[in-house]
Design a binder for this molecule. Structure first.
Ligand code: MN
Length: 149
């Protein structure tokens, strides 16, 4: 089976809302499930796209993400590191690491994200977690910028 690619969409792959959960830490993100998990390969492979100026959730969870930047450029927070990212870069988010992707460089940021089918629900930060993250100046700048607008 082949699904053709056109303008960051794929034949027969619906564009979905990013999350069903109430969560105020993301903005302007869409989700497409490219491959559903099977017994043979119990992983889901998704494409997320953050519109220019938007951001994914600030969250953590026990499961791991493997991410490949597929469109544009932006910045990510992984653990306590803030890093510029561009198309082709690979990002691993280990268990328990806080993470967020931001399209803060004047263009959309699209990324492929691989996860296990069996995974725990993300947590968003408590006020205490947020304060702890903000102890690093680079992280504080990143988070404060993502809260503007
Ligand atoms: Mn996540």
């Amino acid at each position: 089976m082949v699904r053709k690619f056109h303008a960051y969409r794929w034949d027969e792959v619906p564009v979905l809302v990013y999350k069903e959960e109430a969560d105020t830490t993301f903005r302007d993100v869409s989700r497409q499930v490219l491959f559903e998990g099977t017994e043979d390969i119990p992983c889901q492979w998704r494409y997320f796209e953050v519109a220019a100026g938007g951001c994914s959730s600030l969250e953590r969870h026990e499961h791991t993400h493997h991410v490949m930047i597929f469109r544009g450029a932006g910045t990510c927070l992984v653990g306590t590191e803030v890093t510029p990212i561009e198309r082709g870069d690979l990002v691993t988010i280990e268990s328990g690491e806080w993470h967020q992707f931001r399209a803060n460089r004047g263009e959309a940021l699209g990324f492929l994200c691989l996860v296990n089918v069996r995974r725990d629900r993300p947590q968003t930060p408590t006020a205490k977690d947020y304060d702890a993250l903000c102890r690093r100046p680079a992280v504080r700048r990143f988070l404060e910028e993502s809260n503007e607008k």
